[in-house]
Ligand binder design. Structure first.
Ligand code: HH2
Length: 270
């Protein structure tokens, strides 16, 4: 899943794709590089972000979705019902819902739905996140929301532990470590670690302090690869070509382990 932020203030690419033409070109580029889904968002959910009006968010995402959806599967990253409905009407077929509450829209429109876990709201979620048992609480939350959506008629339900959404670096690591326990519950799992700040804190950059956004590619790919090996079905990334290369290698190695041997697809791909 390639990230397309049609926003002025997203944490890693704010302002780069606010212009619709540039956004569409970048979306098509990510599809060319192998993204199966392009995730279009018109409101940043970075820590401290201010909410955007419905009118503004609609104006940002709808034209971009209309232009992209004939060419690649599009998801819409929104927490607003009206934006979700308009986006699905414009050609999106997956609702990426960081509030994990919009499943009725997905049910009504026959769309897929991603339930993501978040503690609190973006403006304050990183102030002092606390859990008794982060893994148990996040997994139980996702299980319950998914069950409600499936009972309510959503046919395609994804779950996402919400890396960085009301979580410290150690909460994020615990969720990544215990991903297989979420995977075995049977629903497809989506994971988004791309360029997030815990990567910078854990793996310092070449300078003195934590690695900056532009220095987090290796950490992004390492954690995406970890998620894929743990059984995640999709990773949400900014750097599609690098992630596709990692995914190809994970897949090829799996095929080799399944008995194809070195003369099979792995060798052919060398
Ligand atoms: N992360 C971000 C936004 N949406 N959706 C899902 N399902 N999972 C995630 O981990 C996730 C998400 C934050 O990243 P980004 O879109 O790059 O930044 P911003 O929210 O500042 O636009």
């Amino acid at each position: 899943m390639g990230v397309l932020n049609v926003t002025p203030d997203s944490f890693s690419d704010g302002g780069r794709y606010l212009d619709a033409e540039r956004a569409v070109a970048h979306g098509l580029d990510m599809a060319r590089h192998g993204a199966d889904v392009v995730d279009v968002g018109g409101e940043s959910s970075r820590p401290g972000a201010e909410p955007v009006s419905e009118r503004e968010e609609l104006a940002r995402v709808v034209p971009v979705i209309e232009a992209l959806s004939p060419h690649v599967r599009v998801s819409v990253d929104t927490v607003k019902r009206a934006v979700a409905e308009a986006a699905l009407g414009a050609g999106a077929t997956l609702l990426n819902d960081i509030s994990a509450s919009l499943w009725p829209v997905a049910a009504e429109c026959g769309a897929g739905w991603v339930a993501m876990h978040m503690q609190g709201a973006p403006r304050t979620m990183q102030d002092d996140p606390r859990y008794d048992d982060v893994v148990a609480e996040v997994h139980a939350f996702l299980r319950a929301r998914a069950a409600t959506a499936l009972e309510g008629g959503v046919r395609e339900v994804w779950v996402d532990p919400g890396i960085g959404f009301g979580k410290t670096a150690s909460h994020n690591l615990a969720l990544l470590h215990h991903l297989p326990e979420l995977v075995v519950e049977g629903l497809p799992v989506l994971v988004g670690t791309s360029r997030k700040s815990f990567l910078g804190r854990l793996a310092a950059g070449p300078g003195a302090g934590p690695a900056g956004v532009a220095e987090r590619l290796a950490g992004s790919i390492a954690t995406a690869t970890w998620a894929m090996l743990a059984g995640a079905s999709m990773v949400r990334v900014h750097d599609v070509a690098s992630a596709v290369q990692a995914a190809t290698l994970v897949g090829a190695t799996r095929v080799a382990a399944d008995g194809a041997g070195a003369s099979g697809p792995v060798r052919a791909a060398r």
